[in-house]
Design a protein around this ligand. Structure first.
Ligand SMILES: Cc1ncc(COP(=O)(O)O)c(C=O)c1O
Length: 390
């Protein structure tokens, strides 16, 4: 490496060594199409089966159930609608509180609000960027009490804490056994926002299948895409049946009558999107390999650079490395925006992590525990171009 480089120049020089794509700009993440993508989508158009009924939707659900090991997989229009239903599935009701990381994409908190519940923000671990059972456990000890109905209540607000949503940030699994046992201890329902972690494993088991209900997203920026789409995962027969029913407008099967037996949602994934999903699933193994190789090249290259590191997959896990995240030292935080500007100017469309939820206007008034790790890491993470095949 040439000496006397600025920090921005050092990062750019390192990216130049890692990324093989020669044309600029290099986007943060783009989808990879190939294989049967076009054939399957064309078949939907040729046959007219483009909407929410069609064989690809069922096939895509079967593919996901087989791949993740979940007993039931229910295909929905996007990850956000899936999270909304996941929270309803575990019994979140208006007036409840739901524990959620503040360091997440806004959909996690929005889905809680769609249930007329209140997000209660909790802190994350620096090694996973996901919910931290140690810190949250200590907080709940003093904040909550278990009442006669068996549920956990916030002593300050008097509201029931109905659920905790953990999120596997950028594909890195959080401490699943720790969070599972915390939820069990306090009788809090556990939901996994595995929107970003298709292909990520904890001790060999797929993320999204530890909690009572899990959710995967197939947005265009994810490891595989259906354009827009999501998948609800559960092992519970009754909940799986109910999820499919309410996401298809709660319509009862009948030869010609329109009978709906409860408030339903038009959240079913269309066949056109599922067709793309089936073709993408055929490519997933190769995409995962490519992304893990890219992450390893980043890890090796940044190992020589002082003041920063690539966030490694947590011990005992296998990450899909949806994003390769560069973590810079605290001393570089004042320069973060200058670094981002320099990277973008050089044609590397790197991005910061999300603005934490408790710093957004609609969630600023929500209850929260002290969030030192969230506030620290929110300023130190720069996501690098991470498309498969770079
Ligand atoms: C952590 C997280 N949760 C939820 C979602 C929502 O998924 P969708 O965009 O499919 O609605 C996303 C991504 O988009 C996400 O990254």
């Amino acid at each position: 490496m040439p000496t006397e480089l600025t920090t921005a120049e050092t990062i750019i020089h390192t990216l130049d060594r890692v990324i093989r794509q020669t044309d600029r700009p290099v986007p943060l993440h783009i989808p990879t199409f190939g294989g049967n993508c076009w054939n399957y989508v064309k078949e939907c158009i040729d046959t007219g089966w483009v909407s929410s009924v069609g064989s690809y939707v069922t096939r895509f659900e079967e593919d996901l159930a087989r791949y993740t090991g979940a007993k039931h997989a229910v295909a929905v229009s996007n990850g956000t609608s899936g999270l909304h239903i996941a929270l309803r599935m575990v019994g979140v009701e208006p007036g409840d509180e739901v524990l959620s990381p503040s360091l997440t994409f806004v959909a996690t908190a929005n889905a809680i609000r769609y249930c007329d519940a209140t997000p209660h923000f909790v802190d994350v671990a620096p090694t996973t960027l996901g919910v931290d059972p140690g810190a949250i456990g200590a907080y709940l000890e003093t904040l909550t009490e278990q009442r006669e109905d068996g549920y956990c209540y916030n002593k300050q607000t008097g509201r029931r804490i109905a659920a905790l949503v953990g999120m596997h940030a950028f594909g890195h699994p959080f401490d699943l056994p720790g969070i599972e046992s915390l939820c069990r201890k306090h009788n809090i329902a556990f939901v996994e926002d595995a929107a970003e972690s298709l292909g990520s494993l904890y001790n060999g088991k797929h993320t999204g299948t530890f909690a009572k209900v899990g959710l995967i997203s197939f947005n265009g920026n994810k490891i595989i895409t259906t354009g827009g789409g999501g998948m609800i995962l559960t092992d519970d027969d009754e909940l799986g049946r109910w999820a499919k029913h309410v996401t298809t407008t709660a319509k009862l099967p009948h030869r010609f009558e329109y009978i709906h037996d409860e408030l339903g949602y038009n959240y079913r994934m269309p066949n056109l999107n599922a067709a793309l999903g089936c073709a993408q699933m055929e490519q997933l193994g190769g995409l995962l390999e490519q992304k893990r190789q890219l992450a390893q090249r980043y890890i090796d290259a940044f190992a020589d650079v002082d003041g920063m590191y690539i966030l490694p997959e947590p011990e005992g896990t296998r990450s899909n490395y949806w994003f390769s995240s560069l973590v810079v030292d605290r001393a570089l935080v004042p320069q973060r925006d200058d670094l981002l500007n320099a990277l973008v100017d050089a044609g590397f469309l790197a991005r910061p992590i999300w603005r934490p939820m408790h710093q957004l206007p609609m969630y600023a008034g929500c209850p929260r525990m002290p969030l030192p790790v969230t506030e620290d890491m929110a300023q130190r993470v720069i996501n690098l171009p991470s498309s498969a095949g770079l």
